[in-house]
Write a protein of this length. Sequence first.
Length: 376
Amino acid sequence: MSIARLADLSDAAACPLVVLKVGSSLLVGPDGTPRRKWLASMASDIAAARARGQQVVVVSSGAIAMGAARLKMDKGGRASLADAQAAAAVGQIALAGLWSDALQAEGLEAAQLLVTLDDLEERRRYLNAAATLRRLLAAGAVPVVNENDSVATEEIRFGDNDRLAARVAQAADASAVMLLSDVDGLFDRDPANPEAQLVPIISEIGPELRAAAASTSNSDVGTGGMVSKLEAADIAQRAGIALAIVNGTYEAPISRAIAGDTGSLFLPLRSEDAKRSWLGGRLQLAGTLTVDEGCVVALRDGASLLATGIIAAEGTFQRGDVVAVRDGLGQIAKGLVEYSSDECQRIQGRKTSEQSELLGYVPRSAVIHRDHLVLL
């Protein structure tokens, strides 16, 4: 049974496991005080889902905001990276306690899982995180996941929990992600415009929707705007996971959104195998290979990426790294590269018969094998 409408997210047969993303502005007031009454209603929604036979994973923001309030930091703890890391270190304890208390009141046990970008980008660590999530769910706990902002830096971080939620959904093998926002969903233009219309079902994200998302401003407390939600939808759809954006500002927000069928639902495009799904959702890329038009056609026909079609190799990468593949207009694929950046620069545009002399060894069958390539 597949997910085709918002109501399906409450059907245990269609959606046996759902990831719920809660933003800072929903969980914490402008002064850094937790919104306990709202959280209690959220915990009640989670308990109702569990009673229906669904598993639930929560991706929760709020650590920096809560820590900054306790440490009396300016700008919500975001004046500098050092402030954000210190605020997160204090706030993570408070946030875990908040969720634990709320879920225990509903007879549920919370489990804290702090991750960094590398935990979900490096394949072995990704599999370890997936195994931990599976074991926690099997034990009956509700995993509460957050980025480990106390050690994350600007270069190695998700930056917002929308994309983190989509990656966690992949790792947990979820059926759907629900992003709780401060608007009813994705609109065809800035929601402040009185003519804006809610887009209830999205099969594919086109340039018009991307432009509409770019016109929507971020909240004052959190870091994720509508653009990051579209990026999360890209990751989820590729993995065969539905993604919904609903208004979380009301009490019992999940029950309200599903009962009123109010929100935007991104339908899954396809379900790729586990490794391709992980590759397609990668956010951290080591470099870029630019290819010619003939190569683009071949890749779309299912071919591997050969050196003869490469125009340029940028960045510094090693064999086994994940790189972007682009044409003259933009990124078209991601894949595990079989050569270093230096080697790619030496053999780009060259036929296989020429590569042995350039490399000093017998060349591999492809720069990126089709089994390790994901088209976007």
